[in-house]
Design a binder for this molecule. Structure first.
Ligand code: ZN
Length: 381
């Protein structure tokens, strides 16, 4: 993939990095299946894929050395948030080609008793957690939220012995975090990964929960203006661009992740000195422009999960020329749905300046395949 593109270019210092072209998702899609593989296929020990929230999957390859370093980074993640010996850990992630599976083995390596449960209903996961005395888990936020709602409504919360959770692979707001933490009585940490770049194990929050530490011995990060590609200053929003430093099977140079973050000051009260990034605000391809206003789904999530009458699950449907409908799940016990709907409209208007239609659906009525699809665009443009 790179041999032609980088022909004649030379790099002699880290400052020269900006002379090199970006790598995009499109490059990887066109390189399918093996164009982005930088070693012989016989040196590959594992192939996984991006969970494909949009369109075709992108493969990600590991040599034995890549796999070993991946596990090392995930063990670091777990230890940083305090998961290790003495813990009973469940991985609620799909154990197929989704890179979230890495946490199952990493938890064993970190000293925990690991249970790779994989996909099951929130009820089944919670039952197992109670029966087996589970203390920690890994999940995507939309699933953790489902478990939180079930635990609260079924009274199971008091029987759980959870302490820590590692959550990631989708954008999630602080109000979703509060709901997960309060309902499951757990300390929940955000972590960042991208399948194409090797999966989770790029960055994670420490106990301060003020941004994520980047494992800079494996990943070099830049934050750029998505329009111009120029680097933005610390504290300014931009697109996260990542260069892998240690991957053998699939090294990527200046990969445009599509995720909007800020570069934060690297000094942290936890004592770790690594580059830090903010939690992800949203994906560039998820941002919708409605009546001239830029809207990230996260802001709707923030509102939806701050209201106890709603499950926090939602979907934004765009239709007509510029009509926006927010679908939300209303909890079973709610009687005055109309009041909840007008309150939600009011809060959305206050935060986004947009008047939206709200369509209440029953609990469990919004279903996603794998990762949550937050925006459905049916507009005739
Ligand atoms: Zn820290």
């Amino acid at each position: 993939m790179y041999s032609n593109r980088l022909k004649g270019m030379s790099v002699s210092s880290i400052d020269d990095l900006s002379k090199l072209p970006f790598t995009t998702r499109w490059d990887l899609l066109s390189a399918y299946p093996y164009g982005a593989l930088a070693v012989s296929l016989s040196d590959v020990c594992l192939m996984l894929s991006s969970s494909g929230t949009t369109g075709s999957p992108i493969l990600t390859f590991y040599t034995e050395a890549d796999y070993k370093l991946w596990m090392e980074r995930l063990v670091r993640n777990l230890k940083l948030v305090g998961i290790g010996k003495g813990d009973v850990f469940t991985n609620t992630s799909n154990q197929g080609m989704f890179t979230g599976r890495g946490y199952s083995e990493a938890a064993s390596l970190a000293g925990a008793a690991s249970i790779p449960v994989g996909p099951a209903s929130p009820e089944k996961h919670l039952k197992l957690m109670v029966e087996l005395g589970v203390t920690s888990f890994h999940a995507i936020p939309s699933f953790a939220l489902k478990m939180a709602n079930v635990a609260r409504d079924s009274g199971l919360a008091d029987k759980l012995r959870l302490r820590k959770a590692v959550i990631g692979a989708e954008t999630w707001s602080e109000s979703t975090r509060r709901r997960i933490e309060e309902s499951l009585n757990v300390d929940a940490y955000d972590n960042y990964g991208v399948a194409e770049l090797g999966g989770p194990g790029i960055a994670i929050e420490c106990s301060e929960k003020e941004g994520m530490h980047v494992w800079a011995d494996h990943y070099l990060i830049e934050v750029v203006d998505p329009e111009t590609g120029e680097r933005v200053s610390e504290g300014e929003e931009g697109e996260l661009v990542v260069t892998t430093l240690t991957r053998e099977a699939m090294p990527l140079i200046r990969y445009r992740t599509g995720d909007i973050v800020k570069l934060l000051p690297s000094d942290c009260s936890c004592g770790l000195e690594t580059p830090k990034i903010s939690r992800v605000k949203g994906r560039i391809d998820e941002m919708v422009k409605v009546r001239g206003i830029s809207l990230y789904p996260k802001i709707i999530e923030e509102v939806a999960s701050s209201m106890p009458e709603l499950t926090g699950e939602f979907q934004i449907v765009l239709s007509g020329i510029d009509d926006i409908t927010v679908k939300v799940e209303v909890k079973k016990w709610v009687k005055d749905v109309d009041r909840v709907v007008s309150e939600l409209k009011r809060r959305i208007k206050e935060l986004t300046l947009l008047s939206v239609a709200v369509e209440p659906v029953e609990e469990g009525g919004i279903v996603h395949q794998g990762k949550a699809k937050r925006v459905v665009d049916l507009r005739q443009l």
